[in-house]
Ligand binder design. Structure first.
Ligand code: NAP
Length: 230
């Protein structure tokens, strides 16, 4: 990915951090954001220690002006943006134990604001700075598509995020897909799952090698990745 610039939101920990490391190791200049400056610095320090190229900026995806500035900075330091991983996300409560019928209004609102509107903001603000063949990825999970009890408004927000991906695939000139890494052991799930480092390759493959047919807003899940990348 030498010479490419890729923006990763939510890169202070978890999946975003692992994806940033993977892309930097593959040669990309990665531009990272999250709200926690210390976490971002730690990710950037690790990338630099490993010889990678990184820029980071504290930005909240709920704030379009933060994200507008992030994308301007990415284009300034890296030239046109070749890839975006709209990954920042929150889960309010214990994963799988937040049923919709007792969900708080504040949790509902912030899930939508961060996980759905945040993806809209990220892709919308990236568009003026994209290279012609840029690829845009949205991180999501099966609860966005399948009925599962206990995932409340988090699942609602991820379904909306996937609809945002399909909308941009339909209405913009760019290739857009959803990447579903399966269950990953992060602070969001707090439980078992894949090591974030083992799912990062799926994102690199989606940016670099996945067939164009998936970039109509379709989902690249673990099975698709394993089958197609052989
Ligand atoms: P995580 O470890 O909690 O990481 C979430 C990241 O998003 C952090 O870097 C966090 O940093 C950032 N973030 C949260 N709110 C933000 C905001 N308003 N603005 C900017 N950054 C923000 O969780 P994760 O599991 O890696 O989740 C990453 C993505 O994967 C999410 O979209 C999630 O829905 C999705 N996903 C996760 C799983 C799983 O099993 N873990 C499965 C499928 C999909 P700050 O707190 O510093 O802002």
């Amino acid at each position: 990915m030498d010479g490419q610039t890729v923006v990763v939101t939510g890169a202070s920990r978890g999946i975003g951090r692992a994806v940033a490391l993977e892309l930097a190791t593959a040669g990309a200049h990665v531009v990272l954001c999250a709200r926690d400056r210390a976490g971002l610095e730690a990710t950037a320090d690790t990338i630099e220690e490993q010889g990678g190229s990184v820029t980071y900026k504290r930005a909240d995806v709920r704030d379009e002006f933060d994200v507008e500035y992030l994308m301007e900075k990415a284009a300034t330091v890296g030239g046109e943006i070749d890839g975006v991983v709209a990954n920042a996300g929150v889960y309010h409560g214990d994963a799988g134990n937040t049923p919709l019928d007792t969900e708080s209004y504040s949790a509902f609102d912030d899930h939508i604001q961060t996980n759905a509107r945040g993806v809209f903001v990220t892709l919308r603000e990236a568009i003026p700075h994209l290279s012609d063949d840029a690829r845009l990825l949205v991180t999501s999970g099966t609860v966005a598509r399948k009925t599962a009890s206990g995932y409340g408004s988090y699942a609602v927000s991820k379904a909306a995020a996937e609809a945002v991906a399909r909308g941009f695939a339909a209405d913009s000139d760019y290739e857009v897909c959803v990447v579903d890494p399966g269950v990953v052991e992060t602070s969001l799930t707090g439980a078992t799952g894949h090591d974030p480092d083992t799912v990062a390759e799926q994102f690199r493959w989606a940016l670099e090698e996945a067939p164009s047919e998936y970039f109509d807003g379709s989902v690249i899940d673990r099975r698709t990745f394993r089958t197609e990348s052989r």
